[in-house]
Design a protein around this ligand. Structure first.
Ligand SMILES: [Zn+2]
Length: 401
């Protein structure tokens, strides 16, 4: 073989590798542009499009509400610029402002098993790696759960910074007090506080609590779709009670004024948490067995236990939570829970943008008020449920810093 043919072969190999890299890059760019938005549109659907109708009485009452709040939205998971109004998904800053939303909890989804079974999942698989790669998130967050929290909290901070005061991130009692005062003279603003959906994000390391606290997290859902280091999930395999790490975590969370959220927790875990909790428990998004009996929804006994801590139950708005597809079933769950434990302990917990279909997007919340009026709830109780309860519990229990 001459030196020339060796060189030619090397050059050809180099060209082939170069071409392959180029094609891979092209495929990534195409997938980066197409897949994340297609997934967002496919998974976060609205059953009836806006604009939404309601009775004049309901519209008037809704517009008079000074603090509408919702305890659960997964919007930060998606590749959606929430500073702009979109035709898909459930919310963004313009739609939140249009809907008179004062405070939305943005809950950070950080690991989701394949299949997302309602009845049984292990934590062996992870459906979020590929979406995080295709969304062009920081490389650290592709495989690391605490970094997925940081990635989503950072994007919230960026949206707030670039919003010209339209979106405020609430981290303390003072933040909320200042915001409420500011909103009295300008109701065309909105706010968010951060939660985590599933404490597997801490990877069994108590030091990670400080990390996520510094990133702004003020509420942690103990479990999501599988049993984790803290305890059992309603959709797990063992569905056990609290672990030693879980006990340490709750004690530390209460010291740091981070809310415990027991949505998705197994019944045994809820029993254990209610036994040791000394601060109000939140349920960011759940249904109740009294109107829709399944493994995920709360029993009367658990509802009473949560109320006894001074906590608040956010009623979710997807079919599995309420056994229905309309505002009527959302209102039924709200009224059932209010009759059982008092309207002071009930709130909205939509699960907007949680890979679900909802009756309406955030601009349709007036339809819940309409149904609550029809089903006989007092205007005072409606005010509490639509957001005043969340405001009260947060003002009393967020960090005082
Ligand atoms: Zn959830």
């Amino acid at each position: 073989m001459t030196i020339w043919s060796t060189l030619r072969k090397k050059a050809t190999l180099k060209n082939v590798i170069g071409l392959l890299i180029f094609l891979l890059l092209l495929a990534y760019i195409a997938a980066r542009i197409i897949v994340p938005t297609a997934l967002d549109k496919k998974l976060n659907t609205v059953l009836s499009p806006s604009p939404y109708t309601a009775s004049e009485e309901a519209k008037k009452l809704y517009q008079s509400l000074t603090f509408v709040s919702d305890l659960h939205s997964d919007v930060l998971l998606w590749d959606r610029d929430i500073s702009k109004r979109h035709q898909h998904g459930h919310e963004d800053i313009p739609r939140m402002i249009e809907s008179n939303m004062a405070l939305q909890a943005f809950t950070i989804v950080n690991k989701v098993p394949q299949g997302l079974n309602f009845d049984k999942n292990t934590g062996d698989s992870d459906q979020l790696t590929l979406p995080f790669i295709l969304q062009g998130r920081p490389i650290k967050s592709w495989f690391n759960l605490p970094d997925r929290v940081i990635a989503q909290s950072s994007s919230l901070d960026s949206f707030a910074e670039e919003s010209n005061g339209n979106l405020t991130v609430i981290r303390s009692q003072q933040d909320l007090n200042n915001y409420v005062l500011r909103r009295q003279s300008n109701p065309k603003i909105t706010a968010a506080f951060l939660g985590i959906e599933g404490a597997q994000a801490l990877e069994g390391n108590i030091d990670n609590l400080k990390l996520v606290y510094d990133a702004g997290v003020r509420m942690i859902g103990l479990t999501h779709f599988y049993d984790n280091e803290v305890g059992g999930s309603a959709h797990g395999v063992e569905r056990g009670g609290i672990t030693e790490f879980g006990k340490r975590l709750i004690s530390q969370m209460e010291t740091m004024s981070v809310f415990v959220d027991i949505s998705h927790a197994s019944p045994k875990l809820i029993n254990d948490v209610l036994e040791i909790a000394i601060k109000p428990i939140l349920v960011s998004h759940s249904g109740v067995k009294g109107t829709c009996d399944n493994v995920r929804n709360l029993s009367d006994e658990h509802l009473k236990g949560i109320a006894a801590t001074g906590g608040v139950v956010g009623i979710a708005m997807f079919e599995k939570a309420i056994c229905g597809k309309t505002a009527k079933e959302i209102a039924q769950a709200i009224i059932y829970t209010s009759n059982l434990i008092g309207a002071r302990h009930v709130a909205l917990g939509s699960d907007f943008d949680g890979a679900i279909a909802t009756v309406f997007d955030v601009t349709g919340l007036v339809q819940i008020v309409d149904e609550l009026l029809k089903q006989g709830m007092s205007k005072q109780d409606i005010r509490l449920v639509m957001g005043e309860n969340v405001k009260r519990v947060l003002l009393e229990n967020l960090p005082n810093e």
